[in-house]
Design a binder for this molecule. Structure first.
Ligand code: EPZ
Length: 428
């Protein structure tokens, strides 16, 4: 099984290019199902989750290939099936994103119910409730969602929780519905806005994406699209934290500072210098020893839950006590016990982790449990004294394109290794 070995203590220095965003690429690929034709996606990251999504679409009869320009072409002429089997869905819960577009285009969809995952139960009840309000008949049968609808009808939806993929699923379903759909309490994440750009380019009239009220005017047909996937704000923010914990000085290229305001505010608060010398570029200079602070994860534009584990790693060596509260998922502290094995002092009390900063972490053998926990362990390993060996590092490949290569190019002593460690692989 793949592992990562890090010899800690190197400062990160140099320039790094951010890849396209996983959480924008997946809904964009799902939206291609609405089209009968070939769509082209540039800046699409080569990730394990993108490969899984490719398998999902090919299982439906689509043809996907990376062209000579490094773009992912999605040809959906051949869509004949309307089902997503459990063995694919169980490895990636974002598979639920094909439900809305398949139902809208084919009038039916059979998608395995994603089970719980490492970070929480993560039900999809709000996706299903919204689709029923759009006129779909939904049946749960032997672990599968069976959805049917002659033609969806636009309506006024209110989301109890601003679910990101729920908002995205319903936007895609509404794209081919008859009439207008308004989604209240929609998720405001930049990835939702990026999906709206895809749908608009396909010919769908959308207003308000990126705010909590999105209006979609359905059309009969949509046209193929060429779209550049937005940069990954979580990868960029992870690199910022890596520069912070190693007292580094890096220039991150191809990112959008306006997508990372909550994280940048926190990193400045603890003493890091973050500036933007040019459009799409961010200079990050780590402090000698960062100050402690409190963090509470919230829906966008609040502090992103996908950065909670990475900032916790930084706070383990901060000067003082930090309270980190996770409000989005019920079990997103699995990195705590691994960080404590590296000498951190973290106590979990319900949804809050109390981090008492220590002068230095020490390298140790640790295990990755989920995507962002893996990133947290990498960040910690970069600053730890000695060697850190991270098992089950395949989690990292789900959401970071060659993070090891990028960190090594910035001066880290890090490499991928083969470890003999059995693991079936879990979804999240
Ligand atoms: C998206 O997951 C992201 N994944 C997650 O990123 C991210 O952590 C999350 O949004 C929150 O920002 C993708 O975009 C592919 P939610 P999603 O629906 O859409 C509850 C990563 O690391 N909920 O916004 O699944 C849910 O249990 C991944 O890249 C319901 O109760 O998250 C959670 O507590 C991890 N019923 C909260 O809402 C529903 O029907 C937010 O979940 C849907 C959600």
């Amino acid at each position: 099984m793949k592992g990562i070995v890090i010899e800690g203590g190197e400062r990160l220095v140099g320039e790094v290019q951010v890849s396209g965003a996983k959480n924008a690429a997946l809904p964009a690929l799902a939206a291609a199902l609405l089209v009968e034709g070939t769509s082209i996606f540039s800046n699409c990251p080569r990730l394990r989750d993108v490969a899984t999504f490719q398998a999902l679409l090919e299982n439906l009869g689509a043809r996907l290939e990376w062209n000579g320009k490094g773009e992912l072409q999605v040809d959906t002429y051949g869509i004949m099936g309307a089902s997503a089997p459990y063995d694919l869905v169980k490895t990636m819960r974002a598979s639920i994103l094909i439900l809305g577009p398949l139902l809208a285009r084919m009038g039916e969809a059979v998608v395995s119910l994603p089970g719980g995952c490492a970070i929480g139960a993560r039900p999809v009840n709000l996706h299903l409730k919204g689709l029923e309000q759009l006129g779909a008949q939904i049946e749960l049968d032997h672990g599968y969602i069976k959805a049917r609808a002659k033609r969806l009808k636009g309506t006024h939806l209110y989301l109890d929780i601003p679910t990101v993929t729920g908002t995205e699923n319903l936007m895609m379903a509404a794209a081919l519905a008859e009439g207008t759909t308004v989604i209240e309490n929609a998720a405001c994440e930049p990835e939702v806005e990026d999906l709206a750009h895809v749908l608009s380019a396909m010919g769908v009239e959308i207003e308000g994406a990126g705010t909590s009220e999105v209006t979609i005017r359905g059309v009969e047909h949509v046209r193929p699209v060429q779209h550049a996937v937005m940069p990954d704000r979580i990868e960029a923010a992870t690199l910022m934290v890596a520069a912070g914990i190693t007292r580094g000085n890096i220039l991150i290229k191809g990112c959008r500072l306006e997508h990372m305001e909550a994280v940048v505010a926190k990193l400045r608060e603890v003493g890091m210098e973050i500036s933007s010398p040019a459009a799409g570029e961010v200079r990050v200079v780590g402090a000698n020893r960062v100050r402690s602070t409190d963090v509470k994860t919230l829906p966008y534009p609040g502090f992103p839950t996908d950065m909670q584990a990475q900032v916790m790693a930084l706070m383990t060596v901060a000067n003082g006590l930090s309270a980190i509260t996770e409000t989005i998922f019920e079990n997103r502290f699995m990195h705590v016990s691994e960080l404590n094995r590296m000498g951190a002092d973290i106590r979990v009390q319900g949804p809050t982790a109390i981090v008492t900063g220590v002068p230095q972490l020490s390298g140790a053998p640790v295990m990755a449990t989920d995507l962002r926990a893996s990133a947290s362990l990498v960040v910690a390993g970069l600053a730890a004294q000695g060697r850190t060996v991270i098992a089950r590092a395949y989690h990292l490949e789900r959401g970071y394109e060659d993070l090891v290569g990028k960190l090594a190019a910035l001066g880290a002593t890090v490499q991928e290794v083969d470890l003999d460690d059995e693991d079936t692989g879990e979804q999240e």
